[in-house]
Ligand binder design. Structure first.
Ligand code: 4AD
Ligand code: MG
Length: 429
């Protein structure tokens, strides 16, 4: 019977066939221990020369790292084996013999690995990270779906900038200019006026000349948008979402977190409510810690890391000055120098994982903001329509998937949190 390694516990004492690749092997003269992976897990396969015979034993010897194979045998429990089970080999077919697999179990440099990302994906560490990513995406969708949100896919090719004009990727669109989407937000605002509670989940693009451990050129964002919702409403939505996502990973991907050596304790204490501070108070805190910052400056990685140090869970910073934020942010009624904006900073120095806020809903004020930002009015006429026909207060945010995954996994850099990273000076494989 064919089986996946992830289901092997249900096959104890039975004969099964597994199909996969050789991850590693070792021998002790009369025995071969083959570590086989099939994408769902790894299992130790034991070949005993006395029972498999010389010819099959020679085939074990011939097997090289990452050769593909089909193995049949009996499953048994074995506490000392990785995963707690092993297979006693009875038949072995080599499907394809791999030669000189470039990623050996020794340490490789990051750029060597990134050049071979298509192969690097096969490692247990990358498997763990990407299985957490898959869990995070599903948890995000489950959370919003269960609350009655509708999934609305945003376009990738757009005629207008959402997040400032300095990071636009432009392309020719049959003689006119088009840009790769920096955010689905403007379209979600239109969708919120049509469907109430909506979200998109897809790739976004920023031509950012930042070479940091948290910037990608192509990254994925989850963007919920809600009609008749205030800044407070989406702050609460954001914390409930993040707490749900962390809990889901703890429940469903504990193995992966263990493979990564992630402190489970750090994740287990992520409980709502998350602390909320104002931008103004945050600046005072940073000043008191000796950082060179003044009111009006945006936060960078250093400021965010310093702020999050005081908390064991994510922290919301709200009411940023308008010069730090995009044109669509609604000004605070209490202090027009600030906006109804919110960032969520992850603990342990991972920085901003959510950015959002309440949107400007007055036609006149928004027209002024478009103008002040130097944006072409024609490209935003459709967006202004949303303020002409039944405008209501509405709010939303974007959660960066890779930063969230990097934080949950406890990995150094966002480049491992996406299957094929696009970074400054790297477009490939
Ligand atoms: O704060 P940002 O720029 O907000 C927006 O794009 C809003 N339009 C979203 C909305 O309100 N619907 O980006 C949102 C999040 C950030 O908090 C961060 O997690 C992630 O997207 N992000 C990046 N992740 C990786 N690489 C980059 N270059 C990123 N830029 C933003
Ligand atoms: Mg932001």
């Amino acid at each position: 019977m064919k089986a996946y390694i992830s289901e092997i516990a249900g096959f104890v004492s039975r004969d099964v066939e597994i199909r996969g690749w050789l991850y590693n092997k070792r021998s002790s003269g009369k025995l071969y221990f083959l570590l086989v992976r099939d994408g769902t897990g790894t299992i130790q396969v034991i070949a005993d020369k006395a029972s498999v015979g010389d010819e099959m034993f020679a085939r074990c010897e011939e097997l090289t790292q990452e050769s593909s194979l089909i193995a049949k045998g009996t499953v048994r429990e074995e506490r000392r084996a990785p995963g707690g089970y092993e297979m006693v080999l009875s038949e072995l077919q080599i499907v394809h013999l791999s030669s000189d697999y470039p990623l050996t179990p020794k340490e490789h440099g990051v750029s060597f690995l990134l050049d071979r990302r298509h192969l690097w994906l096969r490692s247990s560490r990358q498997h763990a990270v990407l299985s957490v990513r898959s869990c995070v995406e599903k948890a995000c969708r489950d959370f919003l779906d269960s609350r009655g949100f509708m999934l609305i896919d945003a376009p990738i090719l757009t005629p207008a900038a959402c997040e400032g004009t300095t990071t636009l990727f432009q392309t020719d669109y049959f003689g006119s200019l088009a840009y790769l989407s920096q955010s689905g937000q403007l379209y979600m605002e239109a969708a919120a006026m049509a469907f109430g509670k909506v979200y998109c989940l897809g790739p976004t693009f920023r031509a950012e000349r930042s070479k940091t451990r948290r910037h990608l050129i192509e990254f994925w964002m989850l963007e919920p948008e809600v009609a008749f919702a205030t800044l407070d409403d989406v702050t609460t939505l954001g914390e409930e979402l993040v707490a749900f996502v962390v809990r889901s990973v703890l429940e469903q991907r504990r193995d992966a977190l263990e493979t990564l050596g992630r402190s489970l304790e750090a994740l287990e204490q992520i409980e709502i409510p998350f602390p909320r501070v104002t931008y103004g108070d945050a600046v005072d805190v940073l000043k008191s810690k000796g950082l060179d910052i003044k009111w009006g400056d945006d936060f960078g990685a250093v400021e965010e890391a310093e702020l999050s140090k005081s908390y064991d869970r994510p922290v919301f910073v709200r009411y940023f000055p308008s010069e730090c934020k995009a044109f669509y942010m609604k000004s605070s009624p209490d202090d027009p120098r600030t906006t109804l904006s919110v960032d969520l900073l992850a603990p342990e120095g991972y920085g901003e994982i959510i950015g959002g806020g309440q949107r400007e809903d007055s036609l006149e004020v928004l027209e002024e903001k478009v103008k002040k930002a130097g944006l072409p009015r024609e490209a935003f006429e459709w967006y202004l329509d949303l303020r002409r026909y039944g405008s209501v207060e509405h709010s939303g945010f974007g959660l960066g998937l890779e930063r969230t995954v990097a934080w949950i996994c406890g990995i150094e850099h966002v480049r491992e949190a996406i299957p094929f990273p696009r970074m400054l000076h790297r477009l490939g494989p």
